[in-house]
Write a protein that binds this ligand. Structure first.
Ligand SMILES: Nc1ncnc2c1ncn2[C@@H]1O[C@H](COP(=O)(O)OP(=O)(O)OP(=O)(O)O)[C@@H](O)[C@H]1O
Ligand SMILES: [Mg+2]
Length: 348
């Protein structure tokens, strides 16, 4: 049966709000591109997907629409999500006749409704997978970090992505407590744009806000004095204007969102059973997801929470690497996967 296993090509898919990653069994990460699609809105034709579409950001002519088909980790445009998956599947399987027969392990936020879970499954199946295993993002992230989640010790993982921050306490292969909030990397960009508009009366695009966040942004005061020149449109004159933005300003812009994240983690620690909190105090908090790359975020949370906080290695690929570990050895992770498949009760 080994032969068939190879032909069936299992894949891991991190269908993120900001980034789309695919891990192919036996090969590793083969796709790592923005979750973005450009369409011609006159003809409905797909013009570009992923990195190619990203190059068009903020520079599109009127007939081109750029779509981010996920909002806060949830599919908001089913058809476009399906097109993105189909696009990358077809690139993977150019030389593989058996490409339709794949098992796909797909990461999802923790608080999805049954309908939203079903929509992820349907999108992946209609793009060519034969079987879908849904894995909650913090579990995938913890496995990707190789935390000992099967042991009876609690681990806290905070995944700050583009659209959501997922906070989970994991023990014996399952999430004991999970909370998902819609404050993450994209909200940080919005905070920065809003701040620049109110302080400098300057309108900037999202790529500029993101560049500010990455190049000079910080959650805490820094010794190195970073600054960046940004160009935008003056609100009152409508003309282009350039200003210099420094770390302290980006830090101020982000304070409210960062405080909100810290407060939710704090409330989870306050509500959790003492044994779990004891484990977390001993082991610390693990930060994953691209949003956690914000300069000084670990230090900020450590100070706010009084718990040691550390970043996982390569936080942007941690979820898909976790899915990869699962599909490389599905037998070992059977119990974890069956925990995940339990239908949730929906309160009507
Ligand atoms: N060096 C950096 N500093 C700050 N933020 C960063 C950095 N690099 C990437 N990011 C942010 O990380 C976010 C993307 O992270 P990630 O790929 O983990 O999200 P995602 O998985 O697509 O989203 P989600 O899990 O919320 O659906 C973006 O908002 C991006 O701006
Ligand atoms: Mg993610």
């Amino acid at each position: 049966m080994k032969l068939f296993e190879n032909l069936y090509k299992s894949v891991g898919i991190d269908l993120g709000t900001a980034n789309f990653l695919i891990y192919v069994k036996g090969r590793g990460i083969v796709v790592n591109e923005p979750t973005l699609i450009a369409i011609n809105n006159r003809t409905n034709q797909i013009l570009a997907v992923g990195e190619e579409a990203n190059k068009m950001l903020d520079r599109t002519p009127a007939h081109v629409t750029l779509i981010k088909p996920l909002i806060n980790g949830v599919i908001s445009d089913f058809e476009m999500t399906q097109e993105i998956i189909r696009h990358f599947f077809s690139k993977l399987s150019e030389h593989n006749l058996f490409s339709r027969y794949r098992t796909a392990a797909v990461s999802i936020p923790t608080n999805l409704t049954e309908v939203e879970r079903k929509s992820v499954e349907d999108a992946v199946v209609s793009a060519g997978a034969s079987k879908v295993l849904l894995v909650e993002e913090p579990i995938a992230s913890a496995i990707g970090t190789r935390l000992p989640i099967e042991e009876p010790t609690a681990n806290m993982i905070v995944d700050i992505g583009g659209g959501t921050t997922e906070i989970s306490i994991i023990s014996i292969g399952g999430a004991v407590i999970s909370r998902s909030l819609k404050i993450a990397g994209q909200r940080f960009n919005e905070d920065i744009s809003r701040f620049i508009k109110s302080e400098y009366k300057l309108l900037i695009g999202e790529p500029t806000a993101e560049a500010l966040k990455i190049n000079v942004g910080s959650a805490v005061s820094t010794e190195e004095k970073l600054e960046m020149a940004v160009r935008g449109r003056d609100v009152s004159t409508g003309l282009p204007k350039e200003i210099i933005v420094r770390t302290a300003q980006v830090k101020t812009a982000l304070q409210k969102s960062l405080k909100a994240i810290a407060d939710v983690i704090k409330s989870i620690l306050e509500d959790a059973p003492p044994e779990l909190v004891g484990d977390i105090l001993e082991r610390g908090i693990y930060l994953s997801g691209g949003g956690s790359l914000l300069r000084g975020l670990d230090e900020y949370l450590e100070r706010e929470l009084q718990v040691e906080t550390r970043m996982v290695d390569d936080p942007l690929t941690c979820v898909v690497r976790g899915l990869g570990i699962i599909i490389e050895d599905t037998k070992r992770y059977e119990t974890i996967l069956s925990n995940q498949e339990k239908p949730k009760l929906v309160n009507l």
